[in-house]
Write a protein that binds this ligand. Structure first.
Ligand SMILES: NC(=O)c1ccc[n+]([C@@H]2O[C@H](COP(=O)([O-])OP(=O)(O)OC[C@H]3O[C@@H](n4cnc5c(N)ncnc54)[C@H](OP(=O)(O)O)[C@@H]3O)[C@@H](O)[C@H]2O)c1
Length: 307
């Protein structure tokens, strides 16, 4: 497999994506980083700051909104050379209206975390523009973090119909709690990664949770009370109890996932059972669903229909 010299990161203007861009720029052998962002002004501000911080002029802005597949397709169509690795990082709890449907008939929270990335990878694969690794920013929420009020996503059957209902929000209803939906959409995308790994053995597909990370904008769109609890109270208390780590530690997990061959294609790495930080373990040791090929294919087939 070709060594990783060029990397595209979605959601690269802030939080973990931006920090991953900084760490990658400091690594020998990495020559170019594409900052895939939805807002030109924010992207330029991030590029300028990254150039100052790293002393390297190697960042190129690619405009795409992962909730709008046509912008993703246009961005890939404009690429002139293949990319070695892509970090599917854009995501979160879906903005102000997480349950609102996009033109493709999926919820905004699903489109942000999953659909845009399926379209991105499909386009890169079909145009032979990806040479080495796809890394998906999953989350411990995909197997539950009860200590943080996130229950384990409970698949009824794992059928294609159930994954369709996760994508279009019917499983949760119009008032679905984005903190719970979030676990299901991360689970669905992680299963899709497993299916992709089997279908495309010449590319690595690694799912990696950055872990509970303080200081990002990840909780900013939650309703007031939850925002106060998770961001302001939790952001101060949780690091003290080892429930959150720094953005540097979180982003380093992405870099390790890209470069350390011990992280195997088709697998999902995150913290130990019950924890959102600490040592990384293969999540199949916590929940066998992650390696269930029928469930992986059901998730992939159902979600591809929206792409
Ligand atoms: N922080 C944690 O504790 C944690 C834990 C586990 C997993 N994760 C995952 O890690 C990833 C990064 O999280 P974070 O905490 O760094 O979040 P963040 O600070 O909110 O950053 C999210 C990034 O994604 C971008 N983004 C959001 N919607 C987008 C869209 N429709 N199109 C293009 N870009 C979009 C944002 O751009 P704008 O600035 O334009 O909004 C921003 O650059 C997410 O996938 C999250 O689910 C985070």
């Amino acid at each position: 497999m070709k060594p990783i010299q060029t990397v595209l990161i979605t959601g690269a203007n802030a939080g973990l994506g931006r920090e991953a861009a900084r760490q990658l720029a400091m690594r020998n052998g990495v020559e170019k980083i594409y900052l895939a962002c939805r807002n030109q002004a924010k992207a330029e501000a991030a590029r300028n700051a990254l150039e100052t911080e790293t002393g390297r002029k190697m960042f190129e802005i690619v405009l795409m909104d992962v909730t709008a597949p046509e912008t993703v397709r246009a961005a890939v169509a404009a690429l002139t050379t293949p990319i070695d690795a892509v970090v599917l990082n854009a995501g979160g709890t879906g903005g102000q209206k997480p349950n609102a449907l996009t033109n493709e008939g999926v919820t905004t929270i699903f489109a942000t975390n999953v659909l845009g990335h399926i379209v991105l990878v499909n386009e890169l694969m079909s145009r032979q523009l990806i040479t080495s690794t796809v890394l998906y920013a999953s989350s411990e929420a995909a197997r539950g973090i009860p200590k943080m009020g996130m229950q384990r996503p409970d698949l009824a059957s794992g059928s294609p119909e159930e994954f369709e209902s996760i994508a279009n929000g019917n499983k949760f209803g119009p008032e679905g709690d984005p903190m719970q939906t979030y676990g299901y959409v991360k689970l669905a995308a992680t299963l899709w990664m497993g299916a992709m790994a089997r279908k495309h053995p010449h590319v690595r597909f690694v799912s990696m949770s950055p872990g509970g990370t303080a200081g990002t904008a990840g909780f900013d769109d939650l309703p007031f009370l939850k925002r106060v609890i998770f961001k302001h109270v939790g952001g101060v208390l949780m690091p003290l109890f080892g429930m959150m780590h720094s953005v540097e530690t979180g982003a380093k997990r992405y870099v390790d996932g890209l470069f350390n061959p011990e992280f195997e294609t088709g697998h999902f790495y995150a913290s130990k059972a019950g924890y959102p930080t600490g040592a990384l373990v293969d999540q199949v040791s916590i929940d066998a669903t992650f390696a269930d090929t029928t469930t992986q294919d059901n998730a992939s087939d159902a979600m591809m229909r929206f792409a």
